[in-house]
Design a protein around this ligand. Structure first.
Ligand code: CP
Length: 308
């Protein structure tokens, strides 16, 4: 089965059946990464373009690895080494790339809505790899794959998302996806880091971290998005850490089998202590591994190619 849509721009309008199909496909593709020859011919002859206007380690690399494991050709474009540095616009760049007949374009951009512009303009499939503080759907899908893998289900779990909610595209996509899959979601952070529309998102809002993580199955810590703060959101990082850094003392108030997640990159000692990030509750590196599987699944499900 394939996805009956051209693009993946966000999870707000993605159904439970579609998310389940993506996670099931990722589950079955994950095994390829543990083979000695990590390659299948499924997308031979297809071309994938990674168009990243913002820095990335996990998303860009895992999309490239995902494409190569499915035998597609993967091309990376960055602002510093392309004609974007000469002032070429997003639309001109997109039209130029379209003329070279790629099959799919993966875009990360600082402007919310940039992938939607490309999706309207181009016939190729578009995947949003993070747009401003709007959505990061592939991150939420890999997070849900990790939760399902470790907990056996998503339905009925309680997930606390803690940190800079207002500037986090990861938080927004996870809120949409987790609620669609039947989880209860709590969000927690300082008032100045809460989005204005949080009351309409179907989550429980907390400002006290101990209270927010009490009894939850999953704690998802977020990076403070310093690069998106145009004015101060908190008196100091030390004060932020005192209230919202997940450390060994705070985690004692959570469930014994709580699972700790972080999309990365981590500000160690600000939102999560090194002992927790590297400790027994952490699944941070499992999330990274699942990023490859989820991105393989999306390429497979959006592009015509050989059946698995
Ligand atoms: N989680 C995430 O998007 O990481 P990168 O910025 O390294 O891609």
């Amino acid at each position: 089965m394939k996805l009956a849509r051209k693009d993946i721009l966000g999870l707000q309008d993605v159904s439970r059946e579609e998310i389940t199909l993506i996670l099931d496909t990722a589950d079955s593709l994950k095994e390829i990464s543990s083979r000695s020859i990590k390659k299948v011919p499924t997308l031979r002859g297809k071309t994938v373009i990674n168009l990243f206007y913002e820095p990335s380690t996990r998303t860009r690399t895992s999309f490239e690895i995902a494409a190569k494991r499915l035998s597609a050709d993967a091309i990376n474009i960055s602002p510093t080494t392309s004609s974007i540095a000469k002032g070429e616009t997003l639309i001109d760049t997109a039209r130029t790339l379209e003329s070279m007949s790629p099959d799919i374009i993966i875009i990360r951009h600082s402007a919310s809505g940039a992938p939607h512009i490309l999706a309207r303009l181009l016939s190729q499939s578009i995947i949003n790899a993070g747009d401003g503080f709007h959505e990061h759907p592939t991150q939420a899908l890999l997070d849900m794959l990790t939760i399902r893998e470790k907990k056996g289900t998503i339905e009925g779990l309680t997930v606390a998302i803690v940190g800079d909610i207002a500037h986090s595209r990861v938080a927004r996509s996870n809120i949409y996806g987790l609620i669609t899959m039947g989880a209860s979601v709590r969000v927690c952070g300082p008032a100045l880091m809460m989005p204005r529309d949080i009351g309409r998102m179907g989550v429980d809002v907390h400002y006290d971290m101990e209270e927010a993580i009490r009894g939850v199955d999953v704690i998802m810590m977020l990076r403070i998005q310093f690069e998106r703060h145009h004015n101060s959101r908190y008196p100091s990082t030390r004060e932020y850490a005192r209230s919202y850094c997940l450390n060994e003392a705070k985690i004692t108030g959570a469930k014994k089998d709580v699972m700790v997640m972080h999309p990365g990159p981590i500000n160690r000692g600000i939102e999560i202590s090194p002992e927790v990030a590297d400790g027994p509750y952490s699944v941070i590196l499992d999330q990274v591994a699942n990023g490859v599987a989820v991105r393989m699944a999306l390429l497979y499900l959006l592009l015509p190619g050989e059946q698995l």
